[in-house]
Design a protein around this ligand. Sequence first.
Ligand SMILES: Nc1ncnc2c1ncn2[C@@H]1O[C@H](COP(=O)(O)OS(=O)(=O)O)[C@@H](OP(=O)(O)O)[C@H]1O
Length: 295
Amino acid sequence: MFLFSAYADESGSQCKYLERKLPGAVIIGVKKSGTYALLRYLSLNERVRPALKENGCNLNEIHFFDSDLNYSFGLEWYKKQMPLVCKKTEEKDYVVIEKTPGYFRSEKAPERIKKFDQNMKVILIVRNPVKRLQSELTHCDHRQKKLGLNRKCLKMNDFFENVFLNGNQSDLFGNKFVRNSLYYLDLKKWLRLFKINESLHVVDGDSFIQRPWLELSKIEIFLNLPNKIQRDNFIYDEKKNFYCLNETDGQNCLGKNKGRKEHVYLSQFVKSKLEIFFNKWNFLLFDLIGKNFNW
Ligand SMILES: Nc1ncnc2c1ncn2[C@@H]1O[C@H](COP(=O)(O)OS(=O)(=O)O)[C@@H](OP(=O)(O)O)[C@H]1O
């Protein structure tokens, strides 16, 4: 569908024709690894257009490839979720990027994405598994508190302590917070269809927090985009403890639910035991992707 426009696309670029463009790349996860910051910051490159529906503080992720219901609505529905972008010209083309962290653990998403577009570029961001797990527990606790539910996520330290002191470590595999951090197990299924570095790029989420511009430049190369994102696009915010966007009218940090100050308590004992438990899986992951991250 093309619409004549004398105005601008959703990001303010002037153009003659607008179109809803399907994504050329997708951020598949892992949840609580920095997926939102990654997409927001990648959009500093004017050739990137994010498919993000922001609704106040909430983000409505599209969940097309991992939800049977949404998938049943078909491609026309999916296309309607996409941003309006300037129609491709000889000088300029845009890449729309969608992010749904739910895709990474989904059994159906890899095949569906491959079927949708053989040339789809897949981006995965992973973090130190213990830090990611703690971030997910915190997120879960906030949700339970908001809904007035029993705050079970707040008490997860007791579960871990019990497993490490009295129980069997195989119980850990049944814990969804642990399972979501076992990146190796899910990545294997993606690599049956997507070739590492060619069509699937893995981002070190801890390095992305420390030096976002470095990881973003690697993604620009992966997406065959000109390198636009630079060190001076960012400014470190001492209060937030994260890099924020360095904009003409000041610094622009992500909302308060991204980069939370307080995290659900995990004892030093539990954290060390979890680090040891994940170590073997990290090595398997690094072997699989042919890269070593510093965690
Ligand atoms: N620049 C910057 N600013 C703020 N936060 C940043 C940034 N870069 C990465 N992060 C980390 O992103 C974590 C949230 O991850 P996600 O966006 O993937 O979460 S979600 O799965 O979409 O809910 C979030 O987790 P918490 O620290 O637990 O809030 C951050 O650690």
